[in-house]
Design a protein around this ligand. Structure first.
Ligand code: HEM
Ligand SMILES: *[C@@H]1O[C@H](CO)[C@@H](O)[C@H](O)[C@H]1NC(C)=O
Ligand SMILES: *[C@@H]1O[C@H](CO)[C@@H](O)[C@H](O)[C@H]1NC(C)=O
Ligand SMILES: *[C@@H]1O[C@H](CO)[C@@H](O)[C@H](O)[C@H]1NC(C)=O
Ligand SMILES: *[C@@H]1O[C@H](CO)[C@@H](O)[C@H](O)[C@H]1NC(C)=O
Length: 323
Protein backbone atom coordinates (compact mmCIF):
# COMPACT_ATOMS: atom_id res chain seq x y z
CA UNK A 1 0.00 0.00 0.00
CA UNK A 2 2.71 2.44 1.05
CA UNK A 3 4.63 1.41 -2.05
CA UNK A 4 1.71 2.15 -4.38
CA UNK A 5 0.95 5.46 -2.77
CA UNK A 6 4.58 6.47 -3.24
CA UNK A 7 4.32 5.62 -6.93
CA UNK A 8 1.02 7.47 -7.15
CA UNK A 9 2.55 10.50 -5.43
CA UNK A 10 5.55 10.40 -7.78
CA UNK A 11 3.26 10.19 -10.83
CA UNK A 12 1.13 13.06 -9.56
CA UNK A 13 4.22 15.15 -8.98
CA UNK A 14 5.44 14.41 -12.48
CA UNK A 15 2.05 15.37 -13.90
CA UNK A 16 2.07 18.63 -11.95
CA UNK A 17 5.56 19.43 -13.20
CA UNK A 18 4.51 18.75 -16.77
CA UNK A 19 1.38 20.90 -16.46
CA UNK A 20 3.36 23.66 -14.77
CA UNK A 21 6.06 23.93 -17.39
CA UNK A 22 4.15 23.25 -20.56
CA UNK A 23 2.37 26.56 -21.17
CA UNK A 24 4.66 27.31 -24.12
CA UNK A 25 4.63 23.69 -25.21
CA UNK A 26 0.83 23.91 -25.50
CA UNK A 27 1.17 26.37 -28.37
CA UNK A 28 0.84 24.61 -31.68
CA UNK A 29 1.00 25.60 -35.33
CA UNK A 30 -2.25 23.72 -36.00
CA UNK A 31 -4.21 25.17 -33.06
CA UNK A 32 -6.97 26.70 -35.22
CA UNK A 33 -6.83 24.29 -38.14
CA UNK A 34 -10.32 22.95 -37.50
CA UNK A 35 -11.82 25.87 -35.55
CA UNK A 36 -10.77 28.55 -38.05
CA UNK A 37 -9.44 27.14 -41.32
CA UNK A 38 -9.57 30.53 -43.06
CA UNK A 39 -7.52 32.27 -40.37
CA UNK A 40 -4.21 32.64 -42.21
CA UNK A 41 -5.67 33.86 -45.49
CA UNK A 42 -7.94 36.30 -43.65
CA UNK A 43 -5.08 37.84 -41.65
CA UNK A 44 -2.74 37.98 -44.60
CA UNK A 45 -5.11 39.83 -46.89
CA UNK A 46 -5.67 42.64 -44.37
CA UNK A 47 -1.93 42.91 -43.62
CA UNK A 48 -1.23 42.94 -47.35
CA UNK A 49 -3.56 45.86 -48.03
CA UNK A 50 -2.36 47.81 -44.99
CA UNK A 51 1.26 47.50 -46.18
CA UNK A 52 0.26 48.33 -49.75
CA UNK A 53 -1.21 51.56 -48.36
CA UNK A 54 1.79 52.33 -46.14
CA UNK A 55 4.98 50.27 -46.21
CA UNK A 56 6.00 51.33 -42.71
CA UNK A 57 2.98 49.52 -41.26
CA UNK A 58 4.78 46.16 -41.49
CA UNK A 59 7.48 47.52 -39.18
CA UNK A 60 4.95 49.01 -36.79
CA UNK A 61 3.09 45.69 -36.44
CA UNK A 62 6.30 43.73 -35.85
CA UNK A 63 7.30 46.14 -33.09
CA UNK A 64 3.88 45.79 -31.43
CA UNK A 65 4.50 42.06 -31.10
CA UNK A 66 7.88 42.69 -29.41
CA UNK A 67 6.36 45.20 -26.99
CA UNK A 68 3.52 42.78 -26.28
CA UNK A 69 5.73 39.76 -25.56
CA UNK A 70 8.16 41.68 -23.31
CA UNK A 71 5.41 42.82 -20.94
CA UNK A 72 3.51 40.03 -19.12
CA UNK A 73 4.18 37.68 -22.06
CA UNK A 74 2.54 37.52 -25.50
CA UNK A 75 -0.99 38.20 -24.27
CA UNK A 76 -2.15 41.28 -26.23
CA UNK A 77 -1.73 43.45 -23.11
CA UNK A 78 -0.17 46.17 -25.25
CA UNK A 79 -3.39 46.50 -27.25
CA UNK A 80 -5.59 47.53 -24.30
CA UNK A 81 -6.65 51.18 -24.30
CA UNK A 82 -6.38 53.31 -21.19
CA UNK A 83 -9.70 54.18 -19.56
CA UNK A 84 -10.64 56.34 -16.59
CA UNK A 85 -10.12 53.35 -14.30
CA UNK A 86 -7.55 51.31 -16.21
CA UNK A 87 -3.94 52.23 -16.93
CA UNK A 88 -2.65 50.33 -19.91
CA UNK A 89 0.78 50.19 -21.54
CA UNK A 90 0.22 52.59 -24.40
CA UNK A 91 1.54 55.66 -22.60
CA UNK A 92 4.55 54.00 -20.99
CA UNK A 93 7.82 55.65 -22.00
CA UNK A 94 8.86 53.22 -24.78
CA UNK A 95 5.34 53.32 -26.26
CA UNK A 96 3.99 56.84 -25.83
CA UNK A 97 3.80 58.74 -29.15
CA UNK A 98 5.64 55.83 -30.69
CA UNK A 99 3.86 52.49 -31.08
CA UNK A 100 1.27 52.39 -33.84
CA UNK A 101 -0.75 50.02 -35.98
CA UNK A 102 -3.73 49.54 -33.65
CA UNK A 103 -6.27 50.37 -36.37
CA UNK A 104 -4.82 47.65 -38.58
CA UNK A 105 -4.95 45.11 -35.73
CA UNK A 106 -8.61 46.09 -35.21
CA UNK A 107 -9.31 45.57 -38.91
CA UNK A 108 -7.68 42.14 -38.87
CA UNK A 109 -9.55 41.12 -35.73
CA UNK A 110 -12.93 42.15 -37.14
CA UNK A 111 -12.22 40.29 -40.39
CA UNK A 112 -11.29 37.21 -38.32
CA UNK A 113 -14.41 37.59 -36.13
CA UNK A 114 -16.50 37.51 -39.32
CA UNK A 115 -15.14 34.13 -40.39
CA UNK A 116 -14.85 32.53 -36.93
CA UNK A 117 -16.49 34.52 -34.15
CA UNK A 118 -15.09 34.25 -30.63
CA UNK A 119 -12.35 31.79 -31.52
CA UNK A 120 -9.05 33.55 -32.23
CA UNK A 121 -7.20 35.64 -29.64
CA UNK A 122 -5.79 39.10 -30.29
CA UNK A 123 -2.42 37.79 -29.08
CA UNK A 124 -2.42 35.21 -31.90
CA UNK A 125 -3.66 37.76 -34.45
CA UNK A 126 -0.63 39.89 -33.57
CA UNK A 127 1.75 36.93 -33.84
CA UNK A 128 0.43 35.97 -37.30
CA UNK A 129 0.32 39.57 -38.54
CA UNK A 130 3.97 40.03 -37.49
CA UNK A 131 5.08 36.99 -39.45
CA UNK A 132 3.06 38.14 -42.47
CA UNK A 133 4.63 41.61 -42.26
CA UNK A 134 8.13 40.16 -42.30
CA UNK A 135 7.30 37.90 -45.26
CA UNK A 136 5.61 40.68 -47.28
CA UNK A 137 8.65 42.95 -46.82
CA UNK A 138 10.99 40.22 -48.13
CA UNK A 139 12.03 38.43 -44.94
CA UNK A 140 11.88 34.76 -43.95
CA UNK A 141 8.69 32.70 -43.57
CA UNK A 142 7.90 30.35 -40.70
CA UNK A 143 5.01 28.48 -39.09
CA UNK A 144 3.62 30.51 -36.18
CA UNK A 145 2.81 28.68 -32.96
CA UNK A 146 -0.71 29.52 -31.74
CA UNK A 147 -3.11 29.00 -28.88
CA UNK A 148 -2.35 32.11 -26.82
CA UNK A 149 -5.22 33.73 -24.96
CA UNK A 150 -5.72 37.42 -24.16
CA UNK A 151 -4.95 39.00 -20.81
CA UNK A 152 -7.41 40.94 -18.72
CA UNK A 153 -4.64 43.19 -17.46
CA UNK A 154 -1.68 45.26 -18.57
CA UNK A 155 1.34 46.71 -16.80
CA UNK A 156 2.41 50.32 -17.29
CA UNK A 157 5.24 49.80 -14.78
CA UNK A 158 6.60 46.68 -16.46
CA UNK A 159 6.39 48.33 -19.90
CA UNK A 160 8.66 51.06 -18.53
CA UNK A 161 11.02 48.64 -16.84
CA UNK A 162 11.26 45.63 -19.11
CA UNK A 163 11.33 47.07 -22.64
CA UNK A 164 14.91 48.22 -23.26
CA UNK A 165 15.37 51.95 -23.99
CA UNK A 166 17.47 53.19 -26.96
CA UNK A 167 20.26 54.43 -24.67
CA UNK A 168 20.81 50.89 -23.32
CA UNK A 169 24.33 49.56 -22.93
CA UNK A 170 25.19 46.16 -24.39
CA UNK A 171 25.03 44.55 -20.96
CA UNK A 172 21.58 46.11 -20.35
CA UNK A 173 20.38 44.64 -23.65
CA UNK A 174 21.78 41.20 -22.89
CA UNK A 175 20.21 41.12 -19.44
CA UNK A 176 16.78 42.45 -20.50
CA UNK A 177 16.55 39.71 -23.16
CA UNK A 178 17.94 37.06 -20.79
CA UNK A 179 15.14 37.98 -18.37
CA UNK A 180 12.72 36.74 -21.09
CA UNK A 181 14.65 33.54 -21.73
CA UNK A 182 16.30 34.95 -24.86
CA UNK A 183 20.00 34.48 -25.53
CA UNK A 184 22.53 37.05 -26.68
CA UNK A 185 22.30 35.51 -30.14
CA UNK A 186 18.48 35.83 -30.09
CA UNK A 187 18.89 39.47 -29.04
CA UNK A 188 21.27 40.31 -31.88
CA UNK A 189 19.13 38.45 -34.45
CA UNK A 190 15.87 40.05 -33.27
CA UNK A 191 17.51 43.49 -33.33
CA UNK A 192 17.78 42.89 -37.08
CA UNK A 193 14.12 43.99 -37.10
CA UNK A 194 15.63 47.46 -37.27
CA UNK A 195 16.24 46.74 -40.94
CA UNK A 196 12.74 48.21 -41.36
CA UNK A 197 10.88 51.16 -39.88
CA UNK A 198 11.56 54.58 -38.47
CA UNK A 199 12.66 56.21 -35.23
CA UNK A 200 12.05 59.64 -33.71
CA UNK A 201 14.80 62.18 -33.13
CA UNK A 202 14.27 61.87 -29.39
CA UNK A 203 15.29 58.20 -29.64
CA UNK A 204 18.61 58.85 -31.44
CA UNK A 205 19.64 62.41 -30.47
CA UNK A 206 22.14 61.23 -27.85
CA UNK A 207 23.81 58.89 -30.33
CA UNK A 208 24.24 61.38 -33.18
CA UNK A 209 25.50 64.25 -30.97
CA UNK A 210 27.37 62.61 -28.10
CA UNK A 211 28.69 59.21 -29.12
CA UNK A 212 32.04 58.45 -30.70
CA UNK A 213 31.13 55.08 -32.19
CA UNK A 214 29.39 56.69 -35.17
CA UNK A 215 30.51 57.56 -38.70
CA UNK A 216 30.88 61.34 -38.71
CA UNK A 217 29.24 61.96 -42.08
CA UNK A 218 26.30 59.79 -41.04
CA UNK A 219 26.00 61.71 -37.76
CA UNK A 220 25.95 65.01 -39.71
CA UNK A 221 23.32 63.69 -42.09
CA UNK A 222 21.00 62.76 -39.23
CA UNK A 223 21.71 65.99 -37.32
CA UNK A 224 20.25 67.81 -40.34
CA UNK A 225 16.73 66.77 -39.32
CA UNK A 226 17.21 66.31 -35.55
CA UNK A 227 18.15 69.48 -33.64
CA UNK A 228 20.55 69.18 -30.72
CA UNK A 229 18.27 70.86 -28.20
CA UNK A 230 15.68 68.50 -26.76
CA UNK A 231 12.14 69.78 -27.19
CA UNK A 232 12.74 70.83 -30.79
CA UNK A 233 12.02 68.33 -33.56
CA UNK A 234 11.61 65.49 -31.06
CA UNK A 235 9.20 63.65 -33.35
CA UNK A 236 11.17 64.10 -36.59
CA UNK A 237 11.65 60.69 -38.17
CA UNK A 238 14.64 58.90 -39.68
CA UNK A 239 14.97 55.35 -41.05
CA UNK A 240 16.56 52.77 -38.76
CA UNK A 241 18.23 51.28 -41.86
CA UNK A 242 19.49 54.10 -44.05
CA UNK A 243 19.80 51.81 -47.10
CA UNK A 244 16.47 49.99 -47.47
CA UNK A 245 13.98 50.92 -44.70
CA UNK A 246 11.09 48.99 -46.24
CA UNK A 247 12.97 45.81 -47.17
CA UNK A 248 13.57 43.05 -44.65
CA UNK A 249 17.22 42.26 -45.41
CA UNK A 250 20.57 42.15 -43.57
CA UNK A 251 21.62 45.74 -44.32
CA UNK A 252 21.09 46.62 -40.65
CA UNK A 253 24.22 44.63 -39.76
CA UNK A 254 26.20 46.01 -42.71
CA UNK A 255 25.37 49.49 -41.41
CA UNK A 256 26.61 48.62 -37.93
CA UNK A 257 29.94 47.44 -39.36
CA UNK A 258 30.24 50.89 -41.02
CA UNK A 259 29.24 52.64 -37.76
CA UNK A 260 25.95 53.76 -39.24
CA UNK A 261 23.57 52.39 -36.64
CA UNK A 262 20.86 54.94 -35.81
CA UNK A 263 20.26 54.16 -32.13
CA UNK A 264 22.88 54.05 -29.41
CA UNK A 265 21.54 50.56 -28.59
CA UNK A 266 22.03 49.45 -32.21
CA UNK A 267 25.69 50.46 -32.34
CA UNK A 268 26.26 48.84 -28.92
CA UNK A 269 26.08 45.49 -30.77
CA UNK A 270 29.17 46.41 -32.80
CA UNK A 271 31.98 48.58 -31.51
CA UNK A 272 35.38 48.28 -29.88
CA UNK A 273 33.82 47.08 -26.63
CA UNK A 274 31.23 44.69 -28.00
CA UNK A 275 33.28 41.51 -27.71
CA UNK A 276 30.21 39.36 -27.01
CA UNK A 277 28.37 40.41 -30.18
CA UNK A 278 30.78 41.72 -32.84
CA UNK A 279 31.18 38.28 -34.39
CA UNK A 280 27.40 37.78 -34.54
CA UNK A 281 26.99 41.12 -36.32
CA UNK A 282 29.66 40.08 -38.83
CA UNK A 283 28.03 36.69 -39.34
CA UNK A 284 24.56 38.20 -39.96
CA UNK A 285 25.97 41.00 -42.11
CA UNK A 286 27.83 38.42 -44.17
CA UNK A 287 24.98 35.98 -44.69
CA UNK A 288 21.30 36.66 -45.20
CA UNK A 289 20.60 32.96 -44.73
CA UNK A 290 22.31 32.89 -41.32
CA UNK A 291 20.46 36.03 -40.21
CA UNK A 292 17.08 34.73 -41.39
CA UNK A 293 17.55 31.35 -39.69
CA UNK A 294 18.50 32.91 -36.34
CA UNK A 295 15.82 35.59 -36.66
CA UNK A 296 13.14 32.89 -37.08
CA UNK A 297 14.51 30.99 -34.06
CA UNK A 298 14.37 34.21 -32.05
CA UNK A 299 10.82 35.07 -33.16
CA UNK A 300 9.55 31.62 -32.20
CA UNK A 301 11.26 31.85 -28.80
CA UNK A 302 9.94 35.37 -28.22
CA UNK A 303 6.45 34.14 -29.17
CA UNK A 304 6.77 31.48 -26.47
CA UNK A 305 7.22 34.03 -23.67
CA UNK A 306 4.64 33.32 -20.96
CA UNK A 307 1.52 32.75 -23.06
CA UNK A 308 -1.86 32.42 -21.36
CA UNK A 309 -3.27 29.05 -22.36
CA UNK A 310 -6.05 26.64 -21.44
CA UNK A 311 -8.71 28.48 -19.48
CA UNK A 312 -6.51 31.42 -18.46
CA UNK A 313 -7.39 34.86 -19.80
CA UNK A 314 -10.05 35.16 -22.48
CA UNK A 315 -10.65 35.54 -26.21
CA UNK A 316 -11.28 39.26 -26.48
CA UNK A 317 -14.07 40.42 -28.76
CA UNK A 318 -12.30 43.72 -29.41
CA UNK A 319 -8.55 43.95 -29.04
CA UNK A 320 -8.68 47.35 -27.31
CA UNK A 321 -10.72 46.26 -24.30
CA UNK A 322 -11.38 43.29 -22.06
CA UNK A 323 -14.71 41.51 -22.52
C1 HEM B 1 17.30 45.28 -28.70
C2 HEM B 1 16.59 46.17 -28.06
C3 HEM B 1 15.70 47.14 -28.76
C4 HEM B 1 15.66 48.47 -28.56
C5 HEM B 1 16.50 49.27 -27.56
C6 HEM B 1 14.69 49.01 -29.47
C7 HEM B 1 14.36 50.35 -29.55
C8 HEM B 1 13.60 50.89 -30.56
C9 HEM B 1 13.34 52.30 -30.72
C10 HEM B 1 13.81 53.39 -29.77
C11 HEM B 1 12.62 52.47 -31.84
C12 HEM B 1 12.12 53.79 -32.43
C13 HEM B 1 10.88 54.24 -31.66
C14 HEM B 1 10.57 55.69 -31.87
O1 HEM B 1 11.48 56.51 -31.93
O2 HEM B 1 9.37 56.04 -31.95
C15 HEM B 1 12.40 51.17 -32.41
C16 HEM B 1 11.70 50.93 -33.56
C17 HEM B 1 11.43 49.67 -34.02
N1 HEM B 1 11.73 48.49 -33.40
FE1 HEM B 1 12.98 48.24 -31.84
N2 HEM B 1 14.17 48.01 -30.23
C18 HEM B 1 14.74 46.84 -29.82
C19 HEM B 1 14.44 45.57 -30.29
C20 HEM B 1 13.45 45.31 -31.21
C21 HEM B 1 12.92 44.00 -31.49
C22 HEM B 1 13.31 42.73 -30.76
C23 HEM B 1 12.01 44.17 -32.48
C24 HEM B 1 11.13 43.14 -33.16
C25 HEM B 1 11.27 41.84 -33.04
C26 HEM B 1 12.00 45.56 -32.83
C27 HEM B 1 11.28 46.12 -33.85
C28 HEM B 1 11.26 47.47 -34.16
C29 HEM B 1 10.68 48.00 -35.38
C30 HEM B 1 10.15 47.20 -36.53
C31 HEM B 1 10.77 49.39 -35.29
C32 HEM B 1 10.22 50.43 -36.28
C33 HEM B 1 8.75 50.67 -35.95
C34 HEM B 1 8.02 51.68 -36.83
O3 HEM B 1 8.57 52.19 -37.81
O4 HEM B 1 6.84 51.95 -36.51
N3 HEM B 1 12.86 46.23 -32.03
N4 HEM B 1 12.99 50.23 -31.59
C1 LIG C 1 2.46 60.86 -23.38
O1 LIG C 1 2.59 61.86 -24.36
C2 LIG C 1 1.67 62.91 -24.20
C3 LIG C 1 1.73 63.79 -25.46
O2 LIG C 1 3.05 64.10 -25.80
C4 LIG C 1 2.04 63.66 -22.92
O3 LIG C 1 1.19 64.77 -22.73
C5 LIG C 1 1.92 62.68 -21.77
O4 LIG C 1 2.34 63.29 -20.56
C6 LIG C 1 2.72 61.44 -21.99
N1 LIG C 1 2.34 60.44 -21.01
C7 LIG C 1 3.17 59.92 -20.15
C8 LIG C 1 2.61 58.95 -19.18
O5 LIG C 1 4.37 60.21 -20.13
C1 LIG D 1 18.70 56.42 -20.39
O1 LIG D 1 18.05 57.69 -20.28
C2 LIG D 1 17.21 57.81 -19.14
C3 LIG D 1 16.57 59.19 -19.19
O2 LIG D 1 15.89 59.37 -20.37
C4 LIG D 1 18.03 57.64 -17.88
O3 LIG D 1 17.19 57.68 -16.75
C5 LIG D 1 18.76 56.30 -17.92
O4 LIG D 1 19.61 56.18 -16.81
C6 LIG D 1 19.57 56.17 -19.19
N1 LIG D 1 20.11 54.82 -19.25
C7 LIG D 1 21.36 54.54 -19.61
C8 LIG D 1 21.76 53.10 -19.61
O5 LIG D 1 22.13 55.41 -19.94
C1 LIG E 1 24.93 65.00 -24.57
O1 LIG E 1 25.99 65.29 -23.67
C2 LIG E 1 25.81 66.54 -22.98
C3 LIG E 1 27.09 66.82 -22.20
O2 LIG E 1 27.45 65.70 -21.44
C4 LIG E 1 24.57 66.40 -22.10
O3 LIG E 1 24.34 67.62 -21.42
C5 LIG E 1 23.37 66.11 -22.97
O4 LIG E 1 22.24 65.87 -22.16
C6 LIG E 1 23.62 64.90 -23.84
N1 LIG E 1 22.54 64.81 -24.80
C7 LIG E 1 21.85 63.71 -25.01
C8 LIG E 1 20.73 63.84 -25.98
O5 LIG E 1 22.12 62.65 -24.47
C1 LIG F 1 34.58 51.37 -24.50
O1 LIG F 1 34.91 51.30 -23.14
C2 LIG F 1 35.74 52.36 -22.71
C3 LIG F 1 36.17 52.05 -21.29
O2 LIG F 1 35.04 51.83 -20.49
C4 LIG F 1 35.01 53.67 -22.85
O3 LIG F 1 35.80 54.76 -22.43
C5 LIG F 1 34.61 53.87 -24.30
O4 LIG F 1 33.81 55.03 -24.43
C6 LIG F 1 33.84 52.67 -24.81
N1 LIG F 1 33.63 52.80 -26.23
C7 LIG F 1 32.44 52.67 -26.80
C8 LIG F 1 32.39 52.82 -28.27
O5 LIG F 1 31.42 52.41 -26.17
Amino acid sequence: MAFFSKITAALLLLLLLLVGTSAAAQLSTSFYSSSCPKLFSTVKSVVQSAIAKEKRMGASILRLFFHDCFVLGCDASVLLDDTATFRGEKTAKPNNNSIRGFDVIDQIKSAVEKVCPGVVSCADVLAIASRDSVVILGGPDWDVKLGRRDSRKASFAKANKEIPPPNSTLSNLISKFAAKGLSTKDMVALSGSHTIGLARCTSFRGHIYNDTDIDSSFAKLRQGNCPRASGSGDNNLAPLDLQTPTAFDNDYYKNLIRFKGLLHSDQELYNANATATNSLVRAFGGSTATFFADFVTGMIKMGDVKPLTGSKGEIRKKCRKVN
